[in-house]
Design a protein around this ligand. Structure first.
Ligand code: SAM
Ligand code: SF4
Length: 327
Protein backbone atom coordinates (compact mmCIF):
# COMPACT_ATOMS: atom_id res chain seq x y z
CA UNK A 1 0.00 0.00 0.00
CA UNK A 2 1.23 3.49 -0.86
CA UNK A 3 3.27 5.06 1.95
CA UNK A 4 2.36 8.48 3.25
CA UNK A 5 4.49 11.27 1.82
CA UNK A 6 3.40 14.89 1.78
CA UNK A 7 3.64 17.46 -1.00
CA UNK A 8 7.09 18.50 0.22
CA UNK A 9 8.51 14.98 0.11
CA UNK A 10 8.36 14.52 3.87
CA UNK A 11 7.69 10.91 4.87
CA UNK A 12 4.91 10.66 7.44
CA UNK A 13 5.53 7.86 9.90
CA UNK A 14 4.19 9.28 13.15
CA UNK A 15 0.56 9.63 14.20
CA UNK A 16 -0.60 11.54 17.23
CA UNK A 17 -4.05 10.36 18.10
CA UNK A 18 -6.19 12.26 20.56
CA UNK A 19 -8.65 9.96 22.29
CA UNK A 20 -10.56 12.66 24.17
CA UNK A 21 -10.46 16.45 24.41
CA UNK A 22 -11.67 16.28 28.04
CA UNK A 23 -9.42 16.59 31.02
CA UNK A 24 -9.52 16.48 34.80
CA UNK A 25 -7.18 19.51 34.93
CA UNK A 26 -7.45 23.01 33.45
CA UNK A 27 -3.85 24.08 32.82
CA UNK A 28 -3.67 27.85 32.42
CA UNK A 29 -1.82 27.67 29.09
CA UNK A 30 -4.03 24.93 27.62
CA UNK A 31 -7.66 25.75 28.29
CA UNK A 32 -9.91 28.30 30.00
CA UNK A 33 -11.49 27.70 33.39
CA UNK A 34 -14.81 26.98 31.74
CA UNK A 35 -13.89 24.94 28.74
CA UNK A 36 -16.42 24.10 26.04
CA UNK A 37 -15.65 20.50 25.00
CA UNK A 38 -16.51 18.77 21.74
CA UNK A 39 -20.00 17.25 21.70
CA UNK A 40 -19.86 13.72 23.12
CA UNK A 41 -22.02 12.39 20.29
CA UNK A 42 -19.28 13.27 17.79
CA UNK A 43 -16.50 11.43 19.60
CA UNK A 44 -15.23 8.27 17.88
CA UNK A 45 -15.67 4.95 19.64
CA UNK A 46 -12.59 3.03 20.77
CA UNK A 47 -13.13 0.64 17.85
CA UNK A 48 -13.24 3.55 15.40
CA UNK A 49 -10.07 5.04 16.89
CA UNK A 50 -8.43 1.67 16.46
CA UNK A 51 -9.62 1.41 12.84
CA UNK A 52 -8.21 4.88 12.14
CA UNK A 53 -4.86 4.08 13.71
CA UNK A 54 -4.70 0.79 11.80
CA UNK A 55 -5.33 2.58 8.51
CA UNK A 56 -2.37 4.89 9.19
CA UNK A 57 -0.21 1.94 10.25
CA UNK A 58 -1.02 0.15 6.98
CA UNK A 59 0.20 3.28 5.19
CA UNK A 60 3.60 3.23 6.88
CA UNK A 61 3.09 4.94 10.25
CA UNK A 62 5.59 3.32 12.63
CA UNK A 63 4.80 5.19 15.84
CA UNK A 64 1.51 6.17 17.44
CA UNK A 65 1.30 8.57 20.35
CA UNK A 66 -1.93 8.48 22.34
CA UNK A 67 -2.78 11.92 23.64
CA UNK A 68 -5.68 14.22 24.49
CA UNK A 69 -7.10 16.01 26.58
CA UNK A 70 -6.15 13.54 29.24
CA UNK A 71 -6.01 10.16 27.51
CA UNK A 72 -6.18 8.18 30.76
CA UNK A 73 -9.59 9.77 31.43
CA UNK A 74 -11.05 8.17 28.32
CA UNK A 75 -13.26 5.19 29.14
CA UNK A 76 -11.98 1.98 27.53
CA UNK A 77 -8.62 3.47 26.58
CA UNK A 78 -6.82 0.26 27.56
CA UNK A 79 -8.81 -1.57 24.88
CA UNK A 80 -7.17 0.73 22.37
CA UNK A 81 -3.70 0.11 23.81
CA UNK A 82 -4.32 -3.64 23.72
CA UNK A 83 -5.44 -3.47 20.09
CA UNK A 84 -2.39 -1.39 19.14
CA UNK A 85 -0.10 -3.81 20.95
CA UNK A 86 -1.08 -6.45 18.39
CA UNK A 87 0.55 -4.27 15.71
CA UNK A 88 3.69 -4.11 17.85
CA UNK A 89 3.80 -7.87 18.16
CA UNK A 90 3.27 -8.32 14.43
CA UNK A 91 6.14 -5.94 13.76
CA UNK A 92 4.16 -3.40 11.75
CA UNK A 93 4.50 -0.76 14.47
CA UNK A 94 7.68 0.24 16.35
CA UNK A 95 6.28 2.26 19.19
CA UNK A 96 3.15 3.13 21.13
CA UNK A 97 3.75 6.24 23.21
CA UNK A 98 1.60 8.23 25.58
CA UNK A 99 1.41 11.85 26.70
CA UNK A 100 -0.34 12.21 30.04
CA UNK A 101 -0.68 14.63 32.92
CA UNK A 102 0.27 11.69 35.15
CA UNK A 103 -2.60 12.10 37.59
CA UNK A 104 -4.05 8.66 36.79
CA UNK A 105 -0.82 6.93 35.87
CA UNK A 106 -0.65 5.12 39.20
CA UNK A 107 -3.63 2.98 38.12
CA UNK A 108 -2.46 2.42 34.55
CA UNK A 109 1.33 2.14 34.48
CA UNK A 110 1.55 -1.65 34.81
CA UNK A 111 -1.15 -2.33 32.22
CA UNK A 112 0.47 0.11 29.79
CA UNK A 113 3.81 -1.63 30.12
CA UNK A 114 2.05 -4.96 29.51
CA UNK A 115 0.76 -3.53 26.22
CA UNK A 116 4.29 -2.79 25.06
CA UNK A 117 4.34 0.91 25.95
CA UNK A 118 7.94 1.70 26.83
CA UNK A 119 7.94 5.47 27.18
CA UNK A 120 5.58 8.03 28.62
CA UNK A 121 5.70 11.80 28.46
CA UNK A 122 4.42 13.26 31.70
CA UNK A 123 3.58 16.95 31.93
CA UNK A 124 4.96 18.56 35.04
CA UNK A 125 5.70 22.27 35.19
CA UNK A 126 6.54 22.71 38.88
CA UNK A 127 7.41 20.75 42.02
CA UNK A 128 5.64 23.19 44.31
CA UNK A 129 2.18 21.91 45.31
CA UNK A 130 0.65 25.40 45.52
CA UNK A 131 1.98 26.50 42.13
CA UNK A 132 0.94 23.14 40.64
CA UNK A 133 -2.56 23.67 41.95
CA UNK A 134 -2.66 27.24 40.56
CA UNK A 135 -1.25 26.23 37.16
CA UNK A 136 -3.61 23.30 36.73
CA UNK A 137 -6.48 25.15 38.41
CA UNK A 138 -6.98 22.61 41.16
CA UNK A 139 -4.72 19.64 40.42
CA UNK A 140 -2.84 17.65 43.07
CA UNK A 141 0.92 17.34 42.63
CA UNK A 142 0.93 14.25 44.88
CA UNK A 143 -1.14 12.31 42.32
CA UNK A 144 1.41 12.99 39.58
CA UNK A 145 4.28 12.00 41.87
CA UNK A 146 2.51 8.71 42.67
CA UNK A 147 1.96 8.19 38.96
CA UNK A 148 5.66 8.68 38.32
CA UNK A 149 6.56 6.18 41.02
CA UNK A 150 4.25 3.64 39.44
CA UNK A 151 5.81 4.34 36.04
CA UNK A 152 9.28 3.70 37.50
CA UNK A 153 8.12 0.46 39.09
CA UNK A 154 6.55 -0.71 35.85
CA UNK A 155 9.78 0.00 33.98
CA UNK A 156 8.38 2.82 31.81
CA UNK A 157 10.92 5.38 30.60
CA UNK A 158 9.75 8.87 31.49
CA UNK A 159 10.21 12.21 29.83
CA UNK A 160 8.96 15.29 31.65
CA UNK A 161 7.26 17.94 29.51
CA UNK A 162 7.68 21.34 31.11
CA UNK A 163 6.04 24.42 29.63
CA UNK A 164 8.16 27.42 30.64
CA UNK A 165 5.96 30.26 31.84
CA UNK A 166 7.28 33.75 32.48
CA UNK A 167 4.62 34.43 35.08
CA UNK A 168 4.85 31.13 37.01
CA UNK A 169 7.79 28.73 36.85
CA UNK A 170 10.69 30.38 34.98
CA UNK A 171 12.94 30.56 38.04
CA UNK A 172 12.14 27.00 39.07
CA UNK A 173 13.21 25.43 35.78
CA UNK A 174 16.77 24.39 36.87
CA UNK A 175 15.40 22.81 40.04
CA UNK A 176 12.88 20.70 38.14
CA UNK A 177 15.56 19.64 35.66
CA UNK A 178 17.90 18.56 38.48
CA UNK A 179 15.13 16.65 40.20
CA UNK A 180 14.08 14.91 36.97
CA UNK A 181 17.61 14.04 35.91
CA UNK A 182 18.26 12.71 39.41
CA UNK A 183 15.42 10.24 38.81
CA UNK A 184 16.69 9.28 35.39
CA UNK A 185 14.03 11.21 33.42
CA UNK A 186 14.70 13.25 30.30
CA UNK A 187 13.14 16.73 30.25
CA UNK A 188 11.71 18.72 27.35
CA UNK A 189 11.19 22.43 27.82
CA UNK A 190 8.33 23.80 25.74
CA UNK A 191 7.56 27.30 24.51
CA UNK A 192 3.96 28.23 25.14
CA UNK A 193 1.99 28.29 21.88
CA UNK A 194 -0.91 30.62 21.11
CA UNK A 195 -3.55 27.92 20.71
CA UNK A 196 -7.07 28.88 21.71
CA UNK A 197 -8.26 31.53 24.10
CA UNK A 198 -7.35 30.44 27.64
CA UNK A 199 -8.48 33.59 29.40
CA UNK A 200 -4.88 34.43 30.33
CA UNK A 201 -2.30 36.88 29.02
CA UNK A 202 -0.21 34.88 26.54
CA UNK A 203 2.46 37.57 26.49
CA UNK A 204 2.99 37.24 30.25
CA UNK A 205 3.17 33.45 29.87
CA UNK A 206 5.54 33.38 26.91
CA UNK A 207 9.29 33.02 27.39
CA UNK A 208 11.51 32.44 24.35
CA UNK A 209 13.54 29.31 25.02
CA UNK A 210 16.77 30.78 23.65
CA UNK A 211 16.67 33.04 26.72
CA UNK A 212 16.17 30.03 29.02
CA UNK A 213 18.95 28.15 27.29
CA UNK A 214 21.37 31.07 27.78
CA UNK A 215 20.47 31.18 31.47
CA UNK A 216 20.96 27.44 31.88
CA UNK A 217 24.30 27.52 30.12
CA UNK A 218 25.59 30.07 32.63
CA UNK A 219 25.07 27.41 35.25
CA UNK A 220 25.76 24.13 33.41
CA UNK A 221 27.67 22.81 30.42
CA UNK A 222 25.14 21.86 27.76
CA UNK A 223 26.83 19.34 25.50
CA UNK A 224 25.76 18.63 21.93
CA UNK A 225 23.84 15.37 21.85
CA UNK A 226 23.09 13.13 18.93
CA UNK A 227 19.91 11.72 20.49
CA UNK A 228 16.74 12.47 18.51
CA UNK A 229 13.25 11.44 19.51
CA UNK A 230 10.44 11.14 16.98
CA UNK A 231 9.13 14.54 17.99
CA UNK A 232 10.38 18.10 17.60
CA UNK A 233 12.60 18.23 20.71
CA UNK A 234 16.26 19.13 20.07
CA UNK A 235 18.44 17.65 22.81
CA UNK A 236 21.57 18.50 24.73
CA UNK A 237 23.14 16.61 27.61
CA UNK A 238 23.69 18.49 30.85
CA UNK A 239 27.24 17.57 31.84
CA UNK A 240 26.69 18.14 35.56
CA UNK A 241 23.54 15.99 35.84
CA UNK A 242 24.22 13.56 33.01
CA UNK A 243 20.59 13.93 31.87
CA UNK A 244 18.98 14.75 28.54
CA UNK A 245 17.42 18.15 28.06
CA UNK A 246 15.25 18.93 25.04
CA UNK A 247 13.98 22.23 23.68
CA UNK A 248 10.69 22.46 21.81
CA UNK A 249 10.83 25.86 20.17
CA UNK A 250 7.95 26.35 17.75
CA UNK A 251 8.25 30.13 18.02
CA UNK A 252 11.96 30.88 18.20
CA UNK A 253 13.34 28.10 16.02
CA UNK A 254 11.19 26.59 13.37
CA UNK A 255 11.50 22.79 13.08
CA UNK A 256 8.95 22.20 10.30
CA UNK A 257 11.46 21.02 7.68
CA UNK A 258 11.80 17.69 9.45
CA UNK A 259 8.11 17.25 10.25
CA UNK A 260 7.13 13.58 10.06
CA UNK A 261 3.80 13.68 11.83
CA UNK A 262 0.08 14.16 11.47
CA UNK A 263 -2.62 14.39 14.09
CA UNK A 264 -6.16 13.11 14.40
CA UNK A 265 -8.58 14.44 17.01
CA UNK A 266 -11.08 12.34 18.97
CA UNK A 267 -13.84 13.33 16.55
CA UNK A 268 -11.77 12.19 13.57
CA UNK A 269 -10.48 15.54 12.30
CA UNK A 270 -7.15 15.25 10.52
CA UNK A 271 -4.64 18.02 11.21
CA UNK A 272 -1.56 18.16 9.03
CA UNK A 273 -0.10 20.83 11.31
CA UNK A 274 -0.63 21.70 14.96
CA UNK A 275 -0.16 25.37 14.20
CA UNK A 276 -2.78 25.69 11.47
CA UNK A 277 -6.54 25.91 11.78
CA UNK A 278 -7.27 23.68 8.78
CA UNK A 279 -8.66 20.20 9.35
CA UNK A 280 -10.17 17.47 7.20
CA UNK A 281 -12.95 15.20 8.42
CA UNK A 282 -11.98 11.52 8.48
CA UNK A 283 -14.94 10.36 10.52
CA UNK A 284 -17.35 10.48 7.58
CA UNK A 285 -14.80 8.68 5.42
CA UNK A 286 -14.21 6.02 8.07
CA UNK A 287 -17.93 5.39 8.40
CA UNK A 288 -18.47 5.59 4.64
CA UNK A 289 -15.68 3.12 3.82
CA UNK A 290 -13.38 5.48 1.90
CA UNK A 291 -10.82 6.24 4.56
CA UNK A 292 -7.71 5.64 2.44
CA UNK A 293 -8.79 8.11 -0.24
CA UNK A 294 -9.67 10.64 2.45
CA UNK A 295 -6.24 10.25 4.10
CA UNK A 296 -4.57 10.87 0.72
CA UNK A 297 -6.68 13.97 0.14
CA UNK A 298 -6.06 15.23 3.65
CA UNK A 299 -2.32 14.80 3.28
CA UNK A 300 -2.33 16.89 0.11
CA UNK A 301 -3.40 19.81 2.27
CA UNK A 302 -0.56 19.44 4.80
CA UNK A 303 1.12 22.82 4.74
CA UNK A 304 4.84 23.46 4.92
CA UNK A 305 4.73 24.80 8.45
CA UNK A 306 2.98 26.62 11.23
CA UNK A 307 2.40 30.31 11.52
CA UNK A 308 2.71 30.87 15.25
CA UNK A 309 3.42 34.33 16.59
CA UNK A 310 2.98 35.73 20.05
CA UNK A 311 2.64 39.47 20.20
CA UNK A 312 4.27 39.93 16.79
CA UNK A 313 1.06 41.14 15.21
CA UNK A 314 1.53 38.84 12.24
CA UNK A 315 0.13 35.38 11.67
CA UNK A 316 -3.27 33.98 12.38
CA UNK A 317 -3.91 32.84 15.96
CA UNK A 318 -5.27 29.29 16.03
CA UNK A 319 -8.69 29.17 17.69
CA UNK A 320 -8.43 25.48 18.56
CA UNK A 321 -7.12 24.58 22.01
CA UNK A 322 -4.12 22.29 22.47
CA UNK A 323 -6.39 19.76 24.21
CA UNK A 324 -8.15 19.00 20.90
CA UNK A 325 -5.05 17.67 19.18
CA UNK A 326 -2.75 16.96 22.12
CA UNK A 327 1.01 17.05 22.16
N1 SAM B 1 -3.16 15.91 29.15
C1 SAM B 1 -1.93 15.41 28.69
C2 SAM B 1 -0.76 16.19 29.22
O1 SAM B 1 -0.99 17.25 29.80
O2 SAM B 1 0.36 15.75 29.06
C3 SAM B 1 -1.83 15.33 27.19
C4 SAM B 1 -2.38 16.46 26.38
S1 SAM B 1 -1.57 18.02 26.59
C5 SAM B 1 -2.53 19.04 25.56
C6 SAM B 1 -0.06 17.73 25.72
C7 SAM B 1 1.07 18.66 26.01
O3 SAM B 1 0.75 19.92 25.51
C8 SAM B 1 1.41 18.84 27.48
O4 SAM B 1 2.79 18.60 27.68
C9 SAM B 1 1.10 20.29 27.74
O5 SAM B 1 1.96 20.83 28.69
C10 SAM B 1 1.28 20.90 26.37
N2 SAM B 1 0.52 22.13 26.12
C11 SAM B 1 -0.79 22.37 26.31
N3 SAM B 1 -1.13 23.60 25.89
C12 SAM B 1 0.00 24.16 25.41
C13 SAM B 1 0.30 25.43 24.82
N4 SAM B 1 -0.63 26.36 24.63
N5 SAM B 1 1.57 25.66 24.42
C14 SAM B 1 2.54 24.71 24.60
N6 SAM B 1 2.30 23.50 25.14
C15 SAM B 1 1.05 23.23 25.55
FE1 SF4 C 1 -5.33 18.78 30.59
FE2 SF4 C 1 -2.99 18.27 29.45
FE3 SF4 C 1 -4.37 20.48 28.83
FE4 SF4 C 1 -3.30 20.31 31.22
S1 SF4 C 1 -2.19 20.33 29.29
S2 SF4 C 1 -5.41 20.95 30.74
S3 SF4 C 1 -3.46 18.19 31.65
S4 SF4 C 1 -4.97 18.41 28.41
Amino acid sequence: MKRLTDNFGRRIDYLRLSVTDRCNLRCVYCMPKRMRFLPKRDVLSIEELEALASAFIRRGVRAVRITGGEPLMRGGVMRLFRALSRHLRRGDLDEIALTTNGSRLASFAGALRDCGVERVNVSLDTLKPDIFSALTRGGLLSEVLSGLEAADKAGLRVKINLVVLGDANLDEVPEVIMWAHGRGYAVSLIEVMPLGDVGEDRLAQYVPLDFVRRRLSERWVLEAEGYRSLGPSRYVRVRETGGLLGFITPLTENFCASCNRVRVSCVGEFFGCLGRGVSVDLRGALRGGFLDEAIDRALLGKMWGHDFRIGGGVGVPVARHMSVTGG
